[in-house]
Write a protein that binds this ligand. Structure first.
Ligand code: ACO
Length: 311
């Protein structure tokens, strides 16, 4: 890749032009997108598991219908995202194999167990809330197919966040036992939610280049700060306590200061040693293996149709 080519590409990015699948692009740009979109797709699909776990135990038909719809949406998000990644010349089979072999990552957050019904509320409120904070800027990502996919994904995420918040609100206004259950869930999910945004900027290997290419529009720390600032007043409104004694308003910076994130825990989970990592990959592998005959049948059918067209 010549410097002229790289400069011309950067000029298009700086002019806010969208890059489309058939455009020339630096190999590093393509690789970064395949990595990020692939990881994002895997997260959506793996993310169906912790909530799918509660569908049969939802406390009412209305709750069950909403949760079912939400989990189904996540499956849809995964499919859009795999398709967006496929426009970069990688196949879904390759991406799935990378997930199953441990080469491709997926969000750390989905390696924590969902222990009570209150977790469904807290996951919607915090995890989907964090996802929206991270994904709204991706609607302006320089790569066209990813940016366009994110628009619909974000609309649906916003419904997910509200269904979670509504569950939390209901429990927070409920009996002592319900309030305790929801506070316990909040205590367990707060820190992992902050970890979703990724390592500190100083430790983030890809941020600088990704921001230059306008794949990322904000740094990990900037988005984490925006999320904290939006969430603290919501917790106060609910009468719940965020499990961080160092959390306090800093008038000078116009945001909240917070305690240190346990980065050892973060990297442990990212490297496959969280509570649920093994179960998640086992479930994905089973689904992939059990679905092999469907993929084979669909392929055979497509080949037969193609042969008939040729004849
Ligand atoms: N969980 C697992 N791995 C992570 C996480 C996390 N929360 N945060 C960062 N990492 C990984 C990165 O993938 C990277 O590893 P790699 O080089 O093997 O790919 C490494 O840690 C270093 O991090 P960064 O340099 O900061 O990586 P990046 O620039 O890709 O930023 C981020 C990470 C913010 C997650 C980015 O990839 C992103 O915005 N992705 C799209 C959104 C997404 O995937 N959301 C998934 C959860 S939301 C949902 O599914 C509902």
């Amino acid at each position: 890749e010549t410097q002229d080519f790289l400069d011309a590409f950067q000029k298009r990015i700086d002019a806010e032009e969208k890059i489309e699948p058939n455009d020339d692009m630096p190999e590093g740009y393509r690789r970064t997108l395949v990595r990020q979109i692939g990881q994002h797709a895997h997260s959506e699909i793996v993310g169906m598991l912790p909530e799918g776990n509660w569908i049969t135990r939802a406390p009412s038909l209305r709750r069950k219908a909403a949760l079912l719809a939400k989990v189904q949406d996540e499956g849809g998000h995964g499919l859009y995202l795999y398709s967006a990644a496929e426009t970069l010349g990688v196949s879904r089979e390759e991406m799935t194999e990378e997930l199953l072999s441990g080469k491709a990552k997926y969000s750390s957050i989905f390696n924590y167990p969902t222990l009570s019904w209150a977790d469904m509320g807290i996951v919607g409120w915090l995890v989907d809330g964090a996802a929206i904070m991270n994904q709204i800027p991706l609607c302006r990502c320089s790569y066209g197919p990813y940016a366009r996919a994110m628009i619909r994904v974000c609309k649906e995420e916003s419904f997910h966040q509200r269904q979670g918040y509504e569950i939390v609100m209901f429990l927070a206004r409920g009996t002592d036992a319900q309030r305790e259950m929801v506070q316990d869930a909040l205590n367990r999910w707060w820190w992992p939610s902050l970890m979703m945004f990724g390592p500190h900027d100083a430790d983030s290997a890809h941020s600088e280049q990704s921001m230059e290419w306008k794949i990322k529009r904000f740094s990990n720390d900037a988005l984490r700060q925006k999320f904290i600032d939006a969430t603290v007043p919501q917790a106060e409104f609910l009468g719940l306590t965020l499990p961080d004694p160092d959390l306090k308003w800093n008038a000078e910076k116009g945001g909240y200061d917070h305690g240190e994130i346990d980065w050892d825990e973060f990297w442990r989970v990212v490297k496959g040693h969280g509570v649920m990592n093994r179960d998640r990959i086992k479930a994905r592998k089973k689904a992939w293996d059990d679905g092999a005959w469907v993929r084979e049948a669909a392929l055979a059918h497509a080949e037969k149709r193609e042969a008939r067209k040729q004849a």
